[in-house]
Design a protein around this ligand. Sequence first.
Ligand SMILES: C[C@H](O)[C@H](C)C(=O)SCCNC(=O)CCNC(=O)[C@H](O)C(C)(C)COP(=O)([O-])OP(=O)([O-])OC[C@H]1O[C@@H](n2cnc3c(N)ncnc32)[C@H](O)[C@@H]1OP(=O)([O-])[O-]
Length: 716
Amino acid sequence: MATYSRLPGSVALITLQNPPVNALSAAVRQGIVDTVQRALKDPKVTSVVICGQNGKFCGGADIREFAGPMLGPPLVPMIHAIEAVDKPVAAAIEGVALGGGLELALGCHYRIAHSKALLGLPEVTLGLLPGAGGSQRLPRLIGLTAALDLITTGRHISAAEALKLGILDQVTDNNVVDQAVEFVRRVAGQPLDSRRLSTLPCPPDVDSLLDKAMVKVRQRSRGALAPVACVQALMAAASLPYTQGMEKERELLTTLFNSGQARALQYAFFSQRVVGKWSLPSGASWDNSAARPISKAAVIGLGTMGRGIVVALALTGISVVAVETQEKQLAEASQAVPAMLQREAGRRGLATPPGVISFSSNLQDVSEVELVIEAVFEDMSLKLQVFRHLTSVCRPGTLLCSNTSGLDIDQLAAVTQSPGLVVGMHFFAPAHVMKLLEVVYGPRSSPEAVATAMQLGKRMGKVSVAVGNCPGFVGNRMLKPYLEQANFLLEEGATPQQVDEALEEFGFPMGVFRMSDLSGLDVGWRIRKEAGLTGPGVESTRTRQGRRYSPLPDQVCEAGRLGQKTGRGWYQYDGPGGRVARSDPWVHIFLEAYRAEHDLVARSIAPEEILERCLYALINEGFNILQDAMAAGPEDIDAIYVFGYGWPRHHGGPMFHAGQVGLGRILERLQHHHHNHPDVPHLKPSTLLRRLVAVGSPPVQKWREFINKERVHSQL
Ligand SMILES: C[C@H](O)[C@H](C)C(=O)SCCNC(=O)CCNC(=O)[C@H](O)C(C)(C)COP(=O)([O-])OP(=O)([O-])OC[C@H]1O[C@@H](n2cnc3c(N)ncnc32)[C@H](O)[C@@H]1OP(=O)([O-])[O-]
């Protein structure tokens, strides 16, 4: 709703009220229509100020309403009515003015903001475009170039930048409502024509800026619809009169609104928030488990991951003891880390946190910290050694966390005096940049330890997801069948390019083989050796441990081809460290020889089959993970894949995508492929998938409830 009050000096104050972000729900829109009418009719009122309750102006349209029919007064005429008012109307912006919230402010004649406010039109991140006049009014106010940047990126800008761009008329450190009231009193009676943005001409697109932008946006968007529609709306603004431009904006918005991509992106928006409300099979959860405050932490092992973790911690202002026992590595890290910290602080517009990192080669120096993150080489015996040492050095009650990407957390906990204080904190490279953090709880991890790690993740600006302790946790456990299917497809006739093209066409930034070359083929090779799947004494057959196995990647590594780091892998590069992948004749000859050696006849494989086998195998493992209660719900899995594995956000995530394709279809295709490949267990449809199809394939938002019910009735 919106309240009305009359302030001394004939100013009407309209306050939006819809916690927590005063989103423009039907009730708020009705409230605005009613209060603006009232201000109009009140002869004693000479000017109007619109503000938001609880220190936030407005977070935009109410995204929760998008799933249902649109009720209440529409936004566009509501904002037109404000613009048409013949008394000055000022928006007093505090906290945020985003999406429809900024569009509402653009309908006002003046905009005053607090210096800490954030502004923007992030609709594109929700698969939409500014649909309440933003795509038509903003370019008229700040020009095409700046409008193009804000609308196609959806980025939030500071009040200082908004003032510089000309969006704001004033920025204040004081009470913004008081400032706005004083401002409108001062301008009352002045002509308003030039303040009505819809009446101003839109600067013409003299340098075909928009055509060039369209080419770039199409390349960058990898199949996402909204960025393209944003440019089309701006093209309308630059070439059509306002009313027709608005017609085009409405048309484009309707198309986007009804697109699966918009639903996927809105689901991703809420998934990112749902995972913060974590719960464990024990019943412990975010709202009944207290996190411990952390002001001093330590990181053990200063390789690539360790250095990134030190920076991520330091950026929160926590003091960090960075420990590395190898002198050479320590020397390099103590050079590199401060520079990384400065760079990252600069990128985030933060001042570099003062002197919060100390370097040491002595594990004794972590005796006073509250939390330790171990990031040494991915070898269980080494990690056990470190944990044994830590449990003797650290003071009682210290949380011990491991950055392992898939080793058994409970085995590490077992060598400590307080297994309840051991959790996994699985970062993704580069650890100070990638948003995802898997917080891994073992059967003995205490709710307090999980709560503390989740809270710390939030402080580092991470999307933290609580997951159960199983081999590969969630992300890497699902990646295994995806990688295996890709290798099997090569055996059967595909090329690395064909597989990668199909996945990149789907929207992945990089296909599986280019990604493997980037992260280094030796990483997987070492894990397969440790699992006894390959290595000296292991027979080179295509069946290992009772299931189909492709020795292809092992043989590529045995040929010294470890990816970008050696300049050769599944592709060739311009020397070690090269970034540009080019098809390599060696690989094609190698594949033909391999098929001949194993009597395999190459066949042509369509992109559809490549997608089905790689993605459905991954999705199927997602269902097994939900069945095993290693993730609380589909949103957890989808947030992991969107923020950690490059799953295209406009497809929502693997589990959401399964719902969009149709669970019946996924089941039928898995059965088809499993029938053709009975020696590949991860193609065998998960019981949970079968159960969901059997009960009519409820929408993804209903799975969490269904799984909990099934678990109670031990159907799973
Ligand atoms: C016509 C028009 O052109 C179009 C079509 C539109 O306008 S489309 C809409 C465009 N607007 C946006 O894209 C802004 C989206 N919101 C945000 O970016 C952030 O929320 C925030 C504003 C920067 C605050 O961040 P935060 O970190 O302080 O808190 P939070 O945890 O994120 O949010 C706190 C709680 O508020 C909920 N929430 C936030 N914004 C919301 C919104 N616009 N609608 C509904 N709920 C919203 C959120 O789900 C969470 O709920 P719960 O989990 O507690 O139940």
